[in-house]
Design a protein around this ligand. Structure first.
Ligand code: ADP
Length: 457
């Protein structure tokens, strides 16, 4: 655009210079020439009447002036179409001055000569010369007109081209900006999605983002990070699985041994020893529970836990769990309410589903104070899914912790006073998800809490 503008400006300058230096000068020289020629004729006519030397000198001065202007015009005329007209004017002027010269020579020697014929010839030559000079003026004016017209056309063309180029550049700029922005935001969105996956524990390193190069490098680093995280996560799961497995055998031996002592199989036990043995038995039970939970969770996370799906009536599982926890509820004077509607048989692993129900109900009993209530409600919604909820009159769960308690080792601050591992709900979430369902909690501090899971029919 700049080069085009510079070229156009150069043309405008050339045309303007040509108008000022050639055409305009020719017009003013045309005036000088006409004035000089008319001056010549005035002096010549007067001289022929009075034959005064000074008039002849005046004629010569006007003639010199005419010739000087003619020379100047010829140098300019070389650049315009006025050259022929100038040559013709020069020829007619020569004829005129030759005729006058002949007349002056005849006068000098006092010879008779045809004065009227000379007058007529001179007039004809002068008129012809003036006509040629007029032509020069017309040619110059036409030339100025043509150049100005061309300038205006060039201006219009330049404006059109400038507007078209500007519009094209603007469009190009916008498209380029959109393309650059998208080439950056698209891979960033992919990374954002992948980061969410990582936060949820999916460490697959499959980012393929070759461009732009900076993002490509970032994606590479991201993939390396994912591989490392996956490695570390596997090491951690393997470690938990190994440790739990190794701990379970000796713990079971301790528990069995303690029970045998308690039953008196190892000889007479005093009351004090019984109390101590009971504590050992309870603690080893708790430890076995913890180890089992850790083992279950690491197997669930690594997908190694096998599920035996079959069609099961969920209401039977609920009844069984209520029976199991009956003595504990009675001890704490907690009322267990049960509203179980007509439920269709669902495909599930009954052992794992019992684990879910036991966990939710025993949590409810654990966190509900003496004399409280625990309610179990199960119903089928529009034959699409079954909803089971366990609500209690316990302390509730503050909103900000409601989502986090389903992560492993997460407990609501302050609830650590009650025995627990923070693994139960993580296992519940995994099992429900494997059954194609979802689990959530609704609660407010002090209002009790309601844990609900939903299973597809
Ligand atoms: P824990 O063995 O600690 O009970 P869970 O995963 O079962 O582990 O529960 C995680 C945490 O969620 C608990 O420590 C407790 O803070 C909170 N929680 C679970 N159930 C209830 C409930 N019914 N009422 C109040 N808080 C609960």
């Amino acid at each position: 655009m700049s080069v085009y503008a510079i070229v156009q400006l150069g043309r405008v300058m050339d045309a303007t210079r040509s108008i000022i230096l050639v055409d305009n000068s020719l017009i003013s020289l045309h005036k000088d020439l006409t004035d000089a020629l008319l001056s010549e004729t005035r002096y010549e006519k007067k001289y022929l009447i009075v034959q005064d030397r000074s008039l002849y000198e005046g004629f010569l001065t006007a003639k010199t002036e005419f010739e000087r202007s003619l020379d100047q015009a010829r140098t300019l005329g070389a650049y315009s179409g006025a050259r022929d007209a100038l040559n013709n004017a020069a020829d007619f002027h020569l004829v005129y001055s030759s005729l006058f010269k002949e007349e002056t020579e005849s006068l000098k020697i006092g010879a008779d000569y045809p004065a009227s014929w000379y007058a007529a010839e001179k007039e004809q030559a002068v008129n012809a010369a003036i006509e040629e000079l007029i032509k020069i003026r017309l040619i110059s004016q036409q030339s100025i007109f043509d150049k100005v017209k061309k300038l205006s056309e060039a201006g219009t063309r330049a404006r059109g081209i400038a507007m078209a180029v500007s519009a094209a550049m603007l469009l190009f700029g916008v498209l380029l900006a959109v393309w650059i922005t998208r080439s950056i935001t698209r891979p960033l969105k992919v990374m954002q999605r992948k980061t969410k996956d990582i936060a949820e524990g999916v460490f697959e390193a499959d980012l393929k983002l070759p461009s732009p190069p900076e993002i490509g490098e970032l994606a590479q680093a991201f993939n390396t990070m994912c591989s490392k995280l996956k490695e570390v996560d596997k090491m951690k799961s393997d470690f938990f699985a190994l440790m739990s497995h190794e701990l379970r055998t000796p713990l079971t031996a301790i528990k069995e041994g303690t029970n045998l002592f308690l039953e008196g199989k190892g000889g007479e036990v005093t009351e004090k020893q019984k109390r101590l043995l009971t504590i050992v038995s309870e603690e080893s039970n708790r430890l076995i529970g913890l180890v089992n939970s850790v083992l279950d969770l690491s197997k669930l996370e690594s997908g190694l836990l096998t599920f035996n799906f079959k069609m099961v009536d969920l209401s039977l599982l609920i009844a069984r769990v209520v029976d199991e926890v009956g003595p504990l509820a009675e001890a704490k004077r907690i009322t267990i309410g049960r509203e179980v509607g007509d439920l269709p048989a669902l495909s599930m692993d009954p052992e794992r589903m019992l684990q879910v129900l036991r966990n939710l109900v025993s949590n409810a009993l654990k966190f509900t104070p003496r004399g409280g209530t625990v309610n179990i409600v199960a119903r089928c919604v529009e034959k699409v899914f079954v909803i089971v909820s366990v609500s209690d009159t316990g302390p509730g769960i503050p909103k900000e912790h409601a989502a986090a308690i389903f992560d492993k080792f997460r407990q609501v601050p302050g609830s650590g006073r009650l025995p627990g591992t923070g693994l139960g709900l993580a296992i519940v979430k995994h099992i429900i998800q494997i059954h194609g369902g979802t689990v959530w909690v609704e609660s407010g501090t002090g209002n009790g809490s309601t844990f609900t899971f939903q299973l597809p029919v």
